[in-house]
Ligand binder design. Sequence first.
Ligand code: CTP
Length: 472
Amino acid sequence: MIFQIRDDERKIFEVIGRAAGDLGFPTYVVGGYVRDRLLARPSKDLDIVCVGSGIELAKRVANSLHPRSRVTVYKRFGTAALKHRDLEIEFVGARKESYRSDSRKPTVESGSLSDDQNRRDFTINALAISLNDRDYGSIIDPFNGLEDLEAKRIVTPLEPGKTFSDDPLRMLRAIRFATQLGFRIDPVTFQAIKDHRERIKIISWERVATELNKILLTATPSVGLRLLDESGLLGYILPELAALRGVESRNGRKHKDNFIHTTKVVDNLADRSPDLWLRWAALLHDIGKAKTKRWESDAGWTFHAHDAVGERMVPKIFRRLRLPNDKLKYVQKLVGLHQRPISLTQEEISDSAVRRILFDAGEDIDDLMTLCESDITSKNPHKVRRYLENYGRLRERMREIEEKDHLRNWQPPISGELIMETFNIPPSRQVGQIKDAVREAILDGDIPNEYPAAFQKMLDVAAELAIHPQVK
Ligand code: CTP
């Protein structure tokens, strides 16, 4: 089959083909670029394999480009890269790899195009386009990758046990591609993932997190989350989430499967927001439920304080997966607050309760509401509509109170410094007590959010503590 070269590719393919011809290196476009182009997905990474030196080829290509590109050489890997327009082009010599059982790092030697295709993870990633005069533009497809693209199938080119034990990261990649592309993993390949799941332990947490993030960023992350669960990989990478699996029944009363619920919440959230960290908050919002599950004879199944317990579990998960520290507080905050808005949708809620959540959530209040709206997973469309309307009304009320009180980035008008100065006291517990009492009085609506009233409240609280202003 001949690949339909697009106008924007023609020039660069020709330049590479010509440079390759001059050097006498048979050269091909390979991997993800070919796959994504055939699926009409955008692709910015162009991988070039040549039978020869990738570094030499990259240099020659760079010299033929206008304007000339700068080549970055990775000597240790024998590869070189350059940027051309919006493409990142990487050049590598065709290779043959053999793996040891305790490492992802293979022993590499030069090889032919077919050696190079053999070492690839899935048939759909093992397609190559020739850039050589002899058969320019033809697709070289030794493993029927085209057929698998058509059939939307993820399958390994070789015996799957070998592909996965060579590089266990590929087990996660299979699940990620299935989720991203809407493909099915071939049953034999999936069985091999189950059989080799324990090998995921040799993969660095950074790489695991990269794949998890890619799954979370798809349109329906639940597909990947369920495959992670079914394959048994979830227990190795997010055991806290795997622990939410299952339903228990007592006296005819059962609780919902909190893992399945979580996967639905993540999907609902994916419909509402592209933000990765809000999606992480959805993934972890009920993480405290396994530890807090109790049976109470009158109430049935309860998960008291799962929000607070979950909030405390987040740092360990972030540390383990090497997720960024500057997102930790945000995710923790949303997990910790996710139960609060529901209680504010009941009738007769005071302004002060709304004010308090506005203060506690600060600038993340909209994200918190989006999380809560995504947390509705009832199968009854009437109920879903009613709950969403309730949240809609709460959002409206928040908007009104916010307009009046400006609590989003609010700092109470009385600072610790002012208290220490007024009463001439050092930093102490009492300073905190006075400051908190003033803030609470404003949030409760006992006094207006204004400096004179807050100053008077400060004097009153201090007097109760037998602290008096210093007359200078
Ligand atoms: N590859 C592999 N095994 C891996 C990683 C990559 O066999 N563990 C091969 C595949 O042929 C893949 C190519 O190297 O197509 C390029 O890898 P990479 O850029 O990581 O992935 P892409 O397939 O391009 O997809 P994405 O960019 O979405 O990760």
